[in-house]
Design a protein around this ligand. Sequence first.
Ligand SMILES: CC(C)(COP(=O)(O)OP(=O)(O)OC[C@H]1O[C@@H](n2cnc3c(N)ncnc32)[C@H](O)[C@@H]1OP(=O)(O)O)[C@@H](O)C(=O)NCCC(=O)NCCS
Length: 145
Amino acid sequence: MPVRAPHSPADFTAYYQLRYQVLRQPWQQPLGSERADDDDAPTTIHALFAAPDGTVAGVARLHPSGPAQAQVRYMAVAETYQGQGVGRQLLEYLENAARQLDLTECVLHARAAAVAFYERQGYHIVAPSHTLFGSIPHFLMSKEL
Ligand SMILES: CC(C)(COP(=O)(O)OP(=O)(O)OC[C@H]1O[C@@H](n2cnc3c(N)ncnc32)[C@H](O)[C@@H]1OP(=O)(O)O)[C@@H](O)C(=O)NCCC(=O)NCCS
């Protein structure tokens, strides 16, 4: 599987660059806004999808968010690689990592435009959640692992 954990400094640079490019730059957010306080926590699991030429085509992360619960955050696939199964494989990798930790539920806050993608992967909407940058409605979604 082309999904793996980032290891080298170059991996992490590409990882955060893609996160910024897909999830922050289009809304004119400052560089650095793509980072979260717990990105470096030992319990946070990062995943990247490497294309055959080494390009980082997609990234995502997961952390334990309760005794039996995991949360996926910062799922981002480069525009030219969208619709080719990259997001699905990233999600499967992270869900398997959660199962290995005996976590039984995975939750996430999905952008409205991504809700159908997560539904396709077995998630259901629990409730509407926050609106990001004043313009992107999110929905809390959940899946039993
Ligand atoms: C949403 C996103 C993560 C999906 O990843 P992807 O690699 O494009 O999706 P995949 O190719 O793995 O799609 C898997 C399936 O979901 C479907 N799908 C993907 N995106 C979809 C969408 N926005 N709406 C409806 N269906 C979608 C695909 O058609 C595919 O269906 P199939 O199982 O019949 O083949 C990606 O498009 C992305 O990064 N978008 C911009 C940023 C974003 O919204 N991130 C999520 C933040 S919560």
